[in-house]
Write a protein that binds this ligand. Structure first.
Ligand code: SF4
Ligand code: SF4
Length: 391
């Protein structure tokens, strides 16, 4: 059987070069949780090979069950990191998701997401003019920033904008900017979703309007540096946008941890010590996908007398939190089980503050902490820094 999208994305060869060695088994969070060969990267590639060139096994139908299997993946990239034949598995998983989308077999929740993006330009289907709801306690202050000309723009992202439980991420970012004397702008109701859910779900063809709109809106404000606190937004802006535009954006894009590291270098953050033992979880989309490992550690290590400990697996070996790749939307129970393992890792190293650089990580890990009634505190890196500023 032909898999058109695999052919189009030049991914068929990737399937044939898989040596079925199983190195990827060891690191896949989905396989670790489900334990079936068919849930592992190796098993999934075996299926695809069998579809392309049917062997003695029964014919595999491309149906809803098949589709669900390929959404049991966080696109964490860990399998690619250890793959001895260097298969670009994240691109492979996204291509097969595109095939699933083209065949009308997407999980229902993703069809709802497309409707939300079309109608309201955010993933929650909330009125987009409520995008600054996170700033309700600093309404006056933020009003002076919305759509004002500035060299620095803060792209808040859907999750931090609308999920009240995550409002401390943008609030902390604003606090840090003010402490460092940075003049910045936010787009408010003119900010549209970055489109990352579409890229991850295999529908990048639907994202072009979003990409062009967001870039044009920022360019009109004379922006030279765009800061994101979301690792998914960052990866989208950094990797997917130039791919769609076929040219540079015209401004630099920084994850907030890179921006904070710059502020540390420039001596613009007067940090004080904080209580507790802190550890750091590397979000997949800034870590394995974009190689941002040192900057967040540099920021944390510059907090005087900080008690910082590393998790058992870090940087390119860091285990996924389970919150990415649309798993939280399509299979929240599985996402929560994976997050629970991260809480075990945190307590294992004696930390009581778990930090990261992504609202999606924070959300999923907070859910696991709540579920387990654990005593770990989950803070975004911006919140840790704001705490060290004394706010
Ligand atoms: S590590 Fe690579 S080559 Fe080995 S089974 Fe996994 S995908 Fe195939
Ligand atoms: S990207 Fe992550 S979750 Fe998906 S198959 Fe690879 S290791 Fe497993």
């Amino acid at each position: 059987m032909e898999l058109i999208e695999l052919k189009k994305h030049k991914m068929e060869d990737e399937i044939y070069i898989c040596a079925q060695c199983g190195f990827c088994h060891e690191v896949c969070p989905i396989y670790e949780e489900i334990g079936w060969e068919s849930a592992s990267p190796r098993g999934k590639i075996y299926w695809l090979k069998h579809i392309l060139k049917p062997g003695p096994l029964p014919v595999i139908e491309i149906d809803k069950e098949f589709a669900n299997r390929f959404f049991q993946c966080t696109i964490c990239g860990h399998c690619s990191e250890v793959c001895q034949t260097k298969i670009n598995t994240p691109e492979l998983w996204k291509a097969i998701r595109t095939e699933i989308y083209q065949r009308g077999l997407w999980p229902d929740v993703l069809n709802e997401l497309i409707e939300a993006l079309k109608k309201e330009k955010n993933v929650y289907s909330m009125p987009n003019d409520e995008r600054t709801i996170w700033a309700m306690d600093i309404e006056e202050e933020i009003r002076t920033k919305v759509r004002k000309k500035a060299k620095v723009a803060y792209f808040v992202g859907c999750i931090s904008s609308f999920m009240g439980r995550l409002a401390d991420i943008p609030l902390s970012t604003v606090r840090i900017m003010e402490h460092a004397g940075i003049n910045f702008t936010v787009l408010g109701s003119e900010e549209w979703c970055c489109g990352n859910p579409l890229f991850l779900a295999g529908a990048s063809s639907l994202a072009e309007e979003i990409v062009r709109y967001n870039v044009a809106t920022l360019c009109k404000l004379g922006v030279e540096t765009l800061i994101t606190t979301c690792s998914g937004c960052y990866r989208a802006w950094k990797q997917e946008y130039p791919e769609i535009l076929k040219e540079d954006l015209g401004f630099e894009v920084l994850h907030v941890s890179q921006f904070l590291a710059k502020l540390v270098d420039e001596g613009k953050l007067k940090l004080r010590s904080i209580d507790g033992v802190v550890t750091y979880h590397d979000p997949c989309e800034i870590g394995r996908h974009c190689n941002i490992y040192e900057e967040p550690r540099k920021v944390l290590e510059n907090i005087p007398k900080i008690k910082f400990v590393e998790l058992p697996k870090t940087k390119k070996d860091c285990k996924c939190c389970g919150g990415g790749g649309m798993l939280k939307a399509t299979n929240p129970e599985l996402a929560a089980k994976i997050a629970s393992r991260k809480i075990d890792e945190t307590t294992e190293v004696g930390a009581n503050i778990l930090t990261s650089g992504c609202p999606a990580c924070k959300l999923n890990l907070m859910d696991a902490i709540f579920e387990r009634e654990a005593t770990v505190e989950m803070l975004d890196i911006t919140e840790v820094v704001a705490r060290a500023l004394g706010s």
